[in-house]
Design a protein around this ligand. Structure first.
Ligand code: TYM
Length: 337
């Protein structure tokens, strides 16, 4: 068996519905980079998922290409990893339809992200928003992924994927590999810098709660200096996500940037207040993101290169995904074309 075949497979993706955030980097991309050598990796730009909420078409195109440049700048080598745009591989939509006939209405109704998004987009609770986890299951099962590295908020969707795969396999035999979620110990849920009780998300780009990978150093520093700490009276750096959400979040960010444990961070800042801690976290983030931003800006000037990466990625992805769809269609009883 050759090297490629012996390796296990990873699939993951991010919606280009906003600029890439520090949360997506720490919860997902950083792990992708660390796992790249050990696994056979597929990383997509989930543009089909992005349109479950209204997008400006020109902006979506711009962000998709920018996200690809950022994937590469974060350290994902396109030679070693298959980087592709989801809508370029028709098998995703094809398998999603088949799997939707093996997914229960009740299961989809229980998805917490659907409930959250439906509340936020009350004027546009479309069918895509509801069936989105089925498309995500198709993304994963098409590549027979063993591992799905995601942040905490996507765990429920990966669990649903396992239920769908199990139901399908129980009827038709071992068609799909059973995927496992892979969630980092630190950084799985980075919180907003302004409202540390809610997840850092793309929608908070304007209020300083969210830092994006391409933000300028001065903007990043401003976000961290203004970061909400805690309203308890004790101005001390201590990890306690129950009562000190803001500081604990900053400690997580600092820990991911520096590799230091919470104990080491506590000792480093003992006797110093938040006034000293917050800018130090900002500086660590600036240094983490500086090479990524510079490399992404360079890549974005080379459109021909980016085009060659996504074309090659789609060709490689389509080969594997097409094989799974053909197998599924045969199992379902569709006449072979
Ligand atoms: P998305 O685009 O919302 O987020 C992309 C990835 O980043 C993680 N993440 C975070 N991690 C820690 N802290 C945060 N504040 C934070 N915000 C985001 C998410 O958990 C995710 O891993 N449905 C997916 C995209 C997708 C996908 C897939 C993922 C489509 N198909 C197949 C895995 C496999 C989504 O909306 O992620």
């Amino acid at each position: 068996m050759d090297e490629q075949n012996r390796k296990k497979t990873i699939l993951s993706g991010i919606k280009p519905s906003g600029d890439l955030t520090l949360g997506s980097y720490m919860g997902a991309i950083k792990n992708w980079v660390e796992l790249a050598d050990e696994y056979n990796c597929y990383y997509m730009l989930a543009d089909m998922h992005a349109v479950t909420v209204r997008q400006d078409p020109a902006e979506l195109r711009r962000r998709t290409l920018s996200q690809l440049a950022q994937y590469i700048a974060c350290g994902l080598d396109p030679e070693k990893n298959t980087l592709f745009i989801q809508s370029h591989v028709p098998a995703h939509a094809e398998l999603a339809w088949a799997l939707s006939c093996y997914t229960m209405f009740g299961e989809l109704s229980r998805m917490t992200q659907f409930k959250d998004k439906a509340a936020k987009n009350a004027d546009n609770i479309n069918a895509g928003l509801f069936t989105y986890p089925v498309l995500m299951a198709a993304d994963i099962l098409l590549y027979q992924a063993d591992l799905v590295p995601v942040g905490e908020d996507q765990k429920q969707h990966v669990e649903l994927t396992r239920d769908i795969a199990h139901r399908f396999n129980a009827v038709y035999g071992d068609v799909f590999t059973m995927p496992e979620p892979f969630i980092p110990k630190t950084g799985a849920r980075i919180m907003s810098l302004q409202t540390p009780c809610s997840k850092m998300s793309k929608s908070e780009q304007d209020n300083g709660g969210c830092v994006c990978l391409l933000d300028k150093p001065e903007d990043i520093m401003r976000c961290f200096r203004r970061a909400v700490t805690d309203c308890d009276t004790v101005d001390c750096v201590r990890f306690d996500p129950e009562t000190k959400q803001g500081v604990s979040n900053l400690m997580q960010i600092y820990s991911v940037c520096t590799g230091k444990s919470f104990q080491q961070i506590q000792e480093e800042f003992s006797g110093l207040g938040y006034g000293a801690f917050k800018p130090r976290v900002g500086e660590a983030v600036v240094e983490l993101l500086r090479p990524i931003r510079e490399e992404a800006e360079r890549l974005l000037r080379d459109k021909a290169y980016l085009e060659s990466v996504y074309r090659d990625g789609a060709r490689r992805a389509a080969q594997v995904a097409g094989r799974t769809v053909r197998k599924v269609y045969k199992k379902l009883g569709f006449v072979q074309p």
